[in-house]
Each structure stands twice: as structure tokens, then as C-alpha cells.
Design a protein around this ligand. Structure first.
Ligand code: BGP
Length: 462
């Protein structure tokens, strides 16, 4: 073994309730925003495949947990579906959901897989979406009640909790770049939504700590290191600092340090777009920082000083402050159109060590989306995804280096365990260690990468 990882390193993968369980309203689940959007605009979803066609984990989790074992998982992240547990968002708790989550958690533990539970993965209960979703302060209050319900029901066994997955995504997707409902372009709304998500997170952290449940609570952030076109050009560097403040530090700073970056606050004030902040909010954010940081890393952001004219059509936008830079020669994933830059993971981990008090952290998502993966299935029916093995091992080398240099990184979770449904992309990009054959009744089979990962986990390195 050349790259040996620390003892008790977390090897596993991540997924979410909405992407794996499916809609299955039969068991008392309420409607969430994705279910609703699919009902009204199915054509927005790749091949018209919606959330009711997720990978059926709700029915097959027992068998799926065996496959997790066979692929070396000692931990796995799932998310509780708010609208499954509390169908109207507030009020009555759905007993079928309590039974299901209890059984899921117990089954994982019995099989040596530590459950990591996330509370929010883009799945706003519809009764709250109708009132504006995260725009509305009432959602924050309801979310905190939901969080407390989860801690009280499952917190005796679940020791790793997360308040949100990628809170920047509802901001970007719903209110800036139009890839999730409600499809707006409205920076003022985007800022309010982000602020409320952050406040809700701090309030949930507070409740969790008050319950003294002997576990850790954190947040999962997709961090995209912002590299300037030219490090010696102060205008490029300034653009990269602003992009970093907007897309990374906007959640990273308040989550870990309890404060918002001044670069961002200055811009928001200048635009006269300060969110509604109630008395005492900022103290809550300041005093209720996280115990554990989950880092999702897929690709970096490359920026340069603004050169193109500002587009005023929709009012102010983040891109008024920088231009994206398509660096010549950068390595691209030909399938997903995302840059592959392995060293980015090291840069993030180093930044967390140097500038965020070396808070305990782990890689909570990293992975390679591939279209048309069926063509790599061999005669034995196994998908030969050696590109994924290379992708993961090249990233792991940098994780290893950061740990050697002192970063407190405790694990690596790939996105994802088994191919799953992904928002508007549905099943277009496959990410799993395990394939799901949609033409063969959702049949599962372990890919080459899953077999490889088992060895990595068994050897605690590679
Ligand atoms: C992350 C999300 C996941 C998943 C993944 C892959 O940002 O946390 O939920 O969607 O991206 O995304 P896609 O299938 O669009 O390539």
C-alpha cells in the first residue's frame, strides 16, 4: 500500500432520499417541490423521467445495504425526506416514515455501516414552497421543528448530522440560473433564500447541541476553488476573491466562523439588497457554528476580470463582478462537461486547515458523471468503469497529501453508491459504484470501481 490513510477513515458514498427512494406517495409521503415541478412541467426533466422513478431504495434498501458492504462501505450518507417524515412540512409525523427510517438506520448499523444523515437536499415540502419556500421566514421556523423531530427520533443512533447539502444550489438553481423551480432570476430573492438557509442551519445546530446527544453536526458545502486567469494580474485576482466570497465563503464563513465575508456584505449593501434580518439572528449564527464540515468537490471555478459588458436585463447578477475563464488545455470530463482538476481537492483541504481552524472535515461528495455507461458493460455483465477508478484514485492521492500535511480530513465519500435519479438530469449522468439497469427492472450490479473500492477500504489505502 503506497497511500495509507489514518485509522478509522470513513470509506463510503453519499446519496439523498429524493434521488433514491422515489416519490411513492402511497406510504403517506407529502409532495415536495420536485414532485410538484415534475407534475406541471415533465418536459424539463431529461427523457421526461421524474422523481417517482428514483432507484427504488425505499423498497430495496435491505439488499442495497448488502451491496454497500460488498463495495467496502463503513459509512453512507442518506437524507431524510422532510415531506416523507412530516407530510405537510409541519404538524403530524408520518408513522410509516418513522418505521422506515428506524429500520434503515438499524439495518445499516447492524451491517457495520455508520449512518450519516442529512436533513435537507433540495426537497422543500410543497405547502411551504407555495408560501415562497426559503424566502419565507416561516419555513425557517418549520425546518427547525423538523430538525428537532429528527434528532429526537433518530439521534440515539445517528451520530453524524448535516443541516443542508449544498445550500448554494437552491439559491443558484431556483433564483439565478433557472435550473430548479421556481425558475426565477432575482438576486434579491437569491440573497434572502441563502440567508434563511444559513439561519436555519445555525438554529438547527443550536437545537442539536442543546439536546446533548453525543454526536456531531455539520453542513455539506460544494466548494469550488476560484482560480484567477493570471495570478499576477490584480484585477483577475480581485475577481477571483469576489467569486470565492459569493459561491464558497457565503456559507463556509458563517458555518465555521459565525460571520459573513465582508467582501460579500459590502456588495450586498451597495446594491441595497440586504436580506431581512431579525434582531438576534446574527448572534445565533455567530454562536452556533458546526462541528464537522462535509466538502463536495467536483470542479474548480476559473475567473478573470470583467471584460464583457454587464447584462442589465435581469437586474444585478453575480457575473457583473467577474467573467468565467475557459482556460485553454484544461482537462474536461467529456460526458458531464465539467473540468477535472484533482489538485483542487488539496487546495480546499489546505484552505480549511490554514484559514478555518483545521476543523474536522471529510470529502462528502466527489465523483464522475458518465453518459451512456451501458456501453462499457462486458460479457459478464460488469461495467468496466476504469476511468472512475482513475478519477477517484487521483483525487485520493491529493487527499492523502493534505492529511500528511496535517489536514484533519476523516473520510472520503464518493457520489454515489448506486446510479440514481438526479434532478432535471434524471439518469443521464451515471455516478455509482453500482449500476442500475433501467431496462432490466432496476437490476443492480457492482461495477469495477465498486470492486476496487472494497480493496481500498479493506486495506485502508491503495
Ligand atoms: C451534486 C448534488 C447531487 C447530485 C450530483 C450530480 O451537486 O449534491 O445531488 O445531483 O451533484 O449531479 P448531476 O447528476 O447533475 O451531474
Amino acid at each position: 500500500v503506497k497511500y495509507q490513510f489514518p485509522d478509522n477513515f470513513w470509506w463510503g458514498s453519499a446519496a439523498s432520499g429524493p434521488q433514491t427512494e422515489g416519490k411513492f406517495e402511497g406510504d403517506g409521503k407529502g409532495q415536495n417541490v420536485m414532485d410538484y415541478w415534475y407534475d406541471i412541467e415533465p418536459e424539463k426533466f431529461f427523457n421526461n423521467v421524474g422523481p417517482d422513478n428514483a432507484s427504488r431504495f425505499y423498497q430495496t434498501y435491505k439488499e442495497d445495504i448488502q451491496l454497500m458492504k460488498e463495495t467496502g462501505h463503513n459509512s453512507y450518507r442518506h437524507s431524510i425526506q422532510w415531506s416523507r417524515l412530516i407530510p405537510n412540512g409541519v404538524g403530524e409525523v408520518n408513522q410509516a416514515a418513522v418505521d422506515y427510517y428506524n429500520d434503515l438506520i438499524n439495518e445499516m448499523i447492524a451491517n457495520g455501516i455508520e449512518p450519516f444523515m442529512n436533513l435537507y437536499h433540495f426537497d422543500m415540502p410543497m405547502p411551504f414552497q407555495e408560501k415562497g419556500g426559503w424566502l419565507n421566514r416561516e419555513t425557517v421556523e418549520a425546518y427547525v421543528v423538523y430538525a428537532q423531530t429528527c434528532f429526537e427520533l433518530f439521534g440515539d443512533r445517528v451520530k453524524k448530522w448535516f443541516t443542508h447539502n449544498e445550500p448554494i444550489v437552491p439559491v443558484e438553481a431556483g433564483y439565478l440560473y433557472q435550473f430548479h423551480y421556481p425558475n426565477e432570476i432575482n438576486l434579491k430573492h437569491a440573497i434572502q433564500v441563502g440567508y434563511h438557509e444559513m439561519l436555519a442551519s445555525a438554529m438547527a445546530v443550536k437545537v442539536y447541541h442543546e439536546l446533548k446527544l453525543d454526536g456531531q453536526i455539520g453542513i455539506i458545502l460544494n466548494l469550488t476553488p476560484s482560480y484567477p486567469r493570471d495570478e499576477n494580474n490584480p484585477e483577475d485576482v480581485k475577481a477571483s476573491i469576489i467569486a470565492d466570497a459569493m459561491f464558497n465563503r457565503s456559507f463556509l464563513d458563517p458555518s465555521v466562523k459565525g460571520t459573513f465575508p465582508t467582501e460579500l456584505v459590502d456588495i450586498v449593501k451597495e446594491l441595497d439588497m440586504m436580506p431581512e434580518i431579525k434582531e438576534g439572528d446574527l448572534e445565533i449564527i455567530q454562536h452556533n457554528t458546526i462541528d464537522l464540515l462535509g466538502i463536495n468537490y467536483y470542479q474548480p471555478r476559473r475567473v478573470k476580470a470583467k471584460e464583457t459588458p454587464i447584462n442589465h436585463e435581469h437586474g444585478p447578477m453575480p457575473e457583473d463582478y467577474f467573467d468565467n475563464y475557459e482556460m485553454p488545455g484544461r482537462k474536461m470530463n467529456p460526458h458531464r462537461g465539467w473540468e477535472i482538476y484533482e489538485k483542487g481537492i488539496y487546495d480546499i483541504l489546505t484552505n480549511v486547515r490554514e484559514n478555518y481552524g483545521n476543523i474536522p472535515c471529510f470529502i462528502s461528495e466527489n465523483g464522475m458523471g458518465v453518459e451512456g455507461e451501458e456501453k462499457f458493460r462486458n460479457a459478464e455483465g460488469i461495467i468496466e468503469d476504469d476511468y472512475r477508478i482513475e478519477f477517484v484514485s487521483e483525487h485520493l492521492k491529493y487527499v492523502h497529501q493534505a492529511i500528511e500535511e496535517g489536514t484533519n480530513c476523516l473520510g472520503y465519500h464518493m457520489w454515489t453508491c448506486m446510479d440514481n435519479w438526479s434532478w432535471t438530469n434524471a439518469y443521464k449522468n451515471r455516478y455509482g459504484f453500482i449500476s442500475v439497469n433501467l431496462d432490466k427492472n432496476w437490476e443492480r450490479s457492482i461495477k469495477n470501481s465498486g470492486r476496487w473500492f472494497k480493496q481500498v477500504s479493506d486495506n485502508n489505502g491503495f
